[in-house]
Design a protein around this ligand. Structure first.
Ligand code: NAD
Length: 491
């Protein structure tokens, strides 16, 4: 089934257990990025709507049963949400493909199951989580309690809407907090359904609220300045993180930020190219390159540079760009017109910087019904100057830059010479070099001979301007809880 505008939807706000229109009854359109057809009219939350959502979350936190029910009972409800998500896997994956423009199989096989796993993982994790005790001789005993913080604002970007929202919602709910969620304005559809999923799972009204709208001067800003919001978990652009930090400062909100990236994917001459090339293709073009962890700068040792370029170009030329709902599609469109214009502006920038075009750079030839879609071919440049803008700035699209290097020191120097530090990838068959380079790269995650795999207990986050704090396992729990010491006299 191809999802089309025939199913044009009305997306309301979810406040205190009910879907409601915005107080101003104001809506904005959402487009299918593959065709530009309008697929939804979304209610934009006003300041008054955000206030109602935050007050509902506060009431549910202070007086509702959520915080005081047993951990077992609470986690069972979070786990039930995960089961319902898997029961609705196909519907959610179709909607995600329609809204974001990502290939349906990517949503169906990876993102929706991972979203369910995020909830289940944190429900299990919280249930099994212990705490420290510190006996002081025979006289006193200190022990720690991890208590929920309060009302959390969860603000997410458009590239992995459902997956990233559940990544925050899992630890938030399992730890006993309540939430006001805001998905990104171009991609509200799947996250909007979390309201009915929470309700069906038996989560009390007011615990999960979902508001829709824009960032500055709109819903996002109303949330981050609201006095009832205690903490903000945000994933998005570095510049938005700065604005949120300023806006949250007056009410001293706790923040966790997952921000932009410009990962170096370093290929040494002893790399196994049979593995490095297909994985580097995925790292560059998965989700049309709209992945914070994308390996958008490939650093290649000069002795294998020409061979790598030719094999990488040939693999990129095999990618099928097309309809996101078609299961044979490898790459869909970019998410919106605004983003398409931003990404394609880098083609002019690359030319002005004398980058050498290896492949792509144009709209692909596509069937007529996709002729208005925001499509760009997988695009590959060679650039010798690592200071060039295409080597420094986060493009967040299917544009990858190949940069030659001679020595390990030079590779590290180039890899570390950006304002970002989210992740890096290293390809080598030398164990010593793998560890050496992994230790010296200034990034939150370093993948050696792989990409995009991670145990959810491991810390995830960025060095430098790629973030503040870590998510994953007990790192998420630390953010979503207040640690309390109880010191007891034993005699
Ligand atoms: P964005 O920062 O423009 O928007 C993200 C969210 O913040 C949206 O919901 C938006 O409406 C909201 N927002 C914008 N301005 C706001 C403000 N002033 N106050 C409150 N909310 C505001 O990001 P995007 O374009 O949606 O997503 C792409 C970015 O996300 C890229 O930089 C990418 O690297 C980053 N990202 C990072 C990770 C990670 O884990 N580090 C994961 C995915 C995406």
């Amino acid at each position: 089934m191809r999802e089309t505008s025939a199913q044009r939807r009305e997306v309301k706000l979810f406040i205190d257990g009910e879907y409601v229109p915005s107080a101003a009854n104001k809506t904005f359109p959402v487009h299918n990025p593959a065709t530009q057809e309008i697929i939804a009219d979304v209610h934009e939350a006003t300041r008054e709507d955000v206030d109602r959502a935050c007050q509902a979350a506060r009431r549910a936190f202070e007086t509702g049963p959520w915080r005081t029910m047993t951990i077992k009972e609470r986690c069972a409800k979070v786990r039930r949400m995960a089961e319902i998500i898997m029961e609705r896997q196909e519907e959610l994956a179709r909607l995600e493909a329609l809204d974001v423009g990502k290939p349906y199989p990517v949503a169906f096989e990876f993102e929706i199951p991972r979203a369910a796993h995020n909830l289940k993982f944190f429900a299990d994790f919280v249930e099994q989580h212990g705490s420290e005790t510190y006996p002081m001789e025979e006289a006193y005993l200190n022990y720690t309690r991890y208590e929920p913080v309060g009302v959390a604002a969860l603000i997410t970007p458009w590239n992995l809407p459902f997956m990233l929202t559940t990544w925050k919602l899992g630890p938030c709910l399992a730890a006993g907090n309540t939430a006001v969620i805001k998905p990104a304005e171009p991609t509200p559809l799947t996250v909007s359904l979390l309201g009915e999923i929470a309700k069906e799972a038996g989560i009390p009204d007011g615990v999960v609220n979902i508001v829709q709208g824009f960032g500055p001067g709109s819903t996002g800003e109303f949330m981050t300045t609201h006095p009832e919001v205690d903490l903000i978990s945000f994933t998005g652009e570095t510049k938005t993180g700065k604005a949120i930090m300023k806006n949250g400062a007056d009410t001293l909100k706790r923040v966790s930020f997952e921000l932009g990236g410009k990962a170096a994917n370093i290929v040494f001459e002893d790399a196994d190219l049979e593995k490095a090339i297909p994985t580097s293709i995925r790292a560059a073009f998965l989700n049309s390159g709209q992945v914070c962890l994308a390996g958008s700068r490939i650093l290649i040792q000069r002795s294998i540079f020409d061979e790598f370029v030719e094999r990488f170009r040939s693999a990129a030329s095999m990618l099928k760009v097309g309809d996101p709902q078609d299961s044979s599609t490898n790459m869909g469109p970019l998410v919106s017109e605004e983003h398409y214009l931003k990404v394609t502006s880098y083609i002019n920038i690359a030319e002005a910087e004398h980058s050498q075009l290896v492949f792509g750079g144009k709209r692909p030839e596509l069937p007529h019904y996709l002729s208005n879609g925001y499509y760009l071919e997988p695009t590959i440049y060679i650039q010798e100057n690592p200071q060039a803008r295409i080597c420094q700035e986060e493009i967040f699209g299917p544009i990858v830059t190949l940069i030659p290097f001679d020595t390990e020191e030079e590779a590290l120097q180039i890899a570390n010479n950006t304002e970002y530090g989210l992740n890096a990838v290293v390809w080598t068959e030398s164990l010593q070099r793998a560890h050496r380079v992994a230790h010296k790269v200034r990034a939150g995650t370093v993948w050696v001979n792989c990409w995009f795999v991670r145990d959810l207990r491991a810390p995830f986050g960025g060095f430098k301007k790629s973030g503040i704090g870590r998510e994953g396992g007990h790192h998420s729990l630390e953010f979503f809880t207040e640690a309390k010491t109880v010191c007891l006299a034993l005699s």
